[in-house]
Design a protein around this ligand. Sequence first.
Ligand SMILES: [Fe+2]
Ligand SMILES: [Fe+2]
Length: 188
Amino acid sequence: MVEEATVPLPDWDETTRPTTSAYDEVGADERTAGEHLRAIHDMYRQGLAQVAHVLDQVVDGAAGIGEAREAVQQLGLRTAVERAGSFCGQLCRAVETHHRIEDAYLYPALRIADGGLGPVLDRLDDEHVVVHELLVRLDATLVAVARDPGRVDVLLAEFTHLRRLLESHFVYEEDQIGGALGVHRITV
Ligand SMILES: [Fe+2]
Ligand SMILES: [Fe+2]
């Protein structure tokens, strides 16, 4: 357990993100596709906040049990951890699907429409890989926590990191490709 905790979580350096200003001045009707992408991300933002809240409550509850360790409390903790884990797993799978759709359709369509977006799209691709690595790790942690609910704090730490990465990725993506989606009539 100690060894796993010392392995750094997959991460990226935000200061190395390429940017484009080519779509800064798009018209109102060309902003709709970007707004739709933002609305999809808002759904995930909401889900991330909900899972974070549930995990916080479970970790607080686990700490509250303290030294008593009565069977009924342990059973309650196990049930709460299982529910939180299942909630977390569902959200992670939904995020993975969202990224697979972007990889398979959205980014290739943008590459064809404007080769100048290449560096931004390469970076967005790279960030999907980092998020995927973290999701794989979280999946293993969900299995471990189901066996040992006392490790829910590890799950919370990994999930908090995932949330930070995703919130950052969503904003970068909206800023950099939102306008281009509208200009090139690529529907999200
Ligand atoms: Fe993305
Ligand atoms: Fe996205």
